[in-house]
Design a protein around this ligand. Structure first.
Ligand SMILES: [Zn+2]
Length: 377
């Protein structure tokens, strides 16, 4: 059981607190997903790092194919198999708060039976926030009926987990606002939004800013892509839509087929909020790593970029090391940005971040270079 409390706003970003069993977790916050956790565990296994993710929240991310979900409701064995996978993934997060996010095909017909079975699996899997699934084109009436039935099912299972409706950001805009309102009216504490492209779904994103920004409801966003406008880290544009926590998209690659990083490796850079390649990194920082995450710290005195590339040699290792660096560096950056929101100085904060300029201009019509516009916010 947890509660979200809004603490402050700056521009359209919010800062809040998630209160859980006496612990306070601050937002905006980067959430560690199952894929990132697996990357970390593999690196640790190879003896190259000592795992130390600072994240207090883990998203148990499970990609489920449409066929498997239909199998699951017909066949108890398939559902036990899925439960075991979820339990296993949840355990890896140790004492962190766990959110379950199933990554599903948009057009999957999620009926009441599928939702019931999925809730059963979650209440038996030590998950703290339980996904309630919606058919993306369901009516508001259907949505509310399912939500109330699901809350009852969770309560009757004796679970103290939090009901968490899942709402896709590519939901029909005529229903999106209504569904959020239903969540508010049913005293929901956390909503799991599913990322969809901003341009095509701008009405829904604006709705969040205009109607949800004052609500004491934790808005968690899943399935965020890596980049936008070539270099900007997409996840770092998301606080501007009044969203509180964020996890990256993670769909598994086919076994043994780690895509080779053909292009020059890119790392998240907190100073620009960009995903910058090694050449740009060298121009900015020479051989310095400019980060103290557990991956970068592990090299001790030989902490530098050349050594990073030497130690994590090979496509798979490099991919894992970069994923771990990215999620830690991004986590720390969100913590830093929170102070700027509370000081109502988020705009000055963004002004220092070169790669955020373009999305802010395109989506909010704000030119960060133009100091005259400052009065608007
Ligand atoms: Zn790092």
């Amino acid at each position: 059981m947890f509660k979200f409390k809004l603490c402050g706003r700056s521009m359209t970003a919010r800062a809040g607190i998630i209160r859980e069993a006496g612990d306070d977790i601050t937002t905006p916050i980067r959430v560690l997903n199952s894929r990132e956790m697996e990357h970390g565990l593999s690196l640790e296994k190879s003896g190259l790092v000592k795992l130390n993710f600072p994240h207090q929240i883990g998203e148990v991310t499970q990609y489920i194919k449409s066929d498997s979900i239909y199998n699951m409701i017909k066949n108890a064995e398939a559902s036990i198999g899925l439960k075991n996978q979820i339990v296993e993934k949840s355990k890896r997060f140790n004492n962190r708060i766990t959110i379950f996010h199933p990554s599903l095909e948009k057009n999957l017909e999620i009926n009441d039976r599928i939702n019931e079975v999925m809730i059963d699996i979650q209440t038996q899997s030590d998950i703290d926030a339980i996904s309630i699934l919606d058919k993306y084109n369901s009516s508001e009436k259907e949505f509310e009926k399912r939500l109330q039935r699901s809350i009852k099912q969770i309560e009757e299972s004796d679970s103290i987990a939090e009901p968490m409706p899942v709402i896709r950001l590519d939901t029909d805009w005529r229903k999106f606002g209504g569904k959020l309102k239903i969540c508010v009216n049913n005293n929901i504490n956390i909503i799991n939004l599913v990322y969809a492209p901003i341009k095509e779904n701008y009405v829904n994103y604006s709705h969040l800013i205009n109607n949800m920004c004052d609500e004491d409801i934790w808005l968690h966003l899943s399935e965020v892509g890596n980049k936008i406008f070539n270099k900007c880290s997409l996840i770092h544009t998301m606080p501007l839509f009044s969203i509180d926590s964020f996890a990256l998209k993670s769909r598994p690659l086919p076994l043994g087929k780690f895509k080779k990083i053909k292009s020059i490796p890119k790392r998240f850079d907190s100073n620009t909020l960009g995903e910058i390649d090694i050449n740009e990194h060298k121009q900015m920082y020479k051989n310095k790593l400019n980060c103290d995450c557990f991956v970068d710290n592990f090299m001790g005195k030989k902490r530098n970029l050349n050594n990073f590339l030497k130690v994590f040699n090979g496509a798979q290792l490099l991919r894992q090391a970069i994923a771990c660096h990215n999620t830690c560096s991004s986590f720390n950056e969100f913590i830093y940005s929170r102070d700027k929101i509370l000081e109502n100085d988020y705009r000055t904060y963004l002004k220092r971040k070169k790669y955020i300029y373009q999305p802010v201009k395109k989506f909010f019509k704000i030119d960060l270079k133009d100091s005259l516009l400052k009065k608007h916010y």
